[in-house]
Design a protein around this ligand. Sequence first.
Ligand SMILES: Nc1ncnc2c1ncn2[C@@H]1O[C@H](COP(=O)(O)OP(=O)(O)OP(=O)(O)O)[C@@H](O)[C@H]1O
Length: 121
Amino acid sequence: MPKESFLQNRIRSVGFALKGALLLIKTEASIKIQVFIALVMTAGGFYFDISSTEWILQIFAISLVLGIEGLNTAVEKLADFVQPEFDEKIGFIKDISAGAVMLVSIGASIIGLIIYLPKIF
Ligand SMILES: Nc1ncnc2c1ncn2[C@@H]1O[C@H](COP(=O)(O)OP(=O)(O)OP(=O)(O)O)[C@@H](O)[C@H]1O
């Protein structure tokens, strides 16, 4: 089999990543909720005509939450594959992973409050 060029290899990897992102959105309830919140926040950004800096912070917060939630889903799937039975260590790993999502979600919520509270009240 001929060796793939660097570019072909990169394009193939982007294809896998896109497939993964679509699978996440299609199959994971938590991601669906977060994508819905992201769409509402984006609509809010247009409605309140937020500044460039506010857009940057909002896009950063949304991407961070979606990205970490995706990694959390991957950790959960891997944990279930490695150990389908009840296991304290697996519980601990899953709790830590869920905790990471919670931390970035709190940060993102605070960013949202700082941007929108003064515009609403
Ligand atoms: N195999 C296991 N052994 C021990 N504890 C587990 C195990 N599976 C899940 N848990 C506990 O249940 C919690 C929820 O795990 P679960 O995999 O159902 O995640 P979830 O947040 O409900 O994910 P999702 O709803 O996206 O599937 C974990 O954080 C952990 O405390």
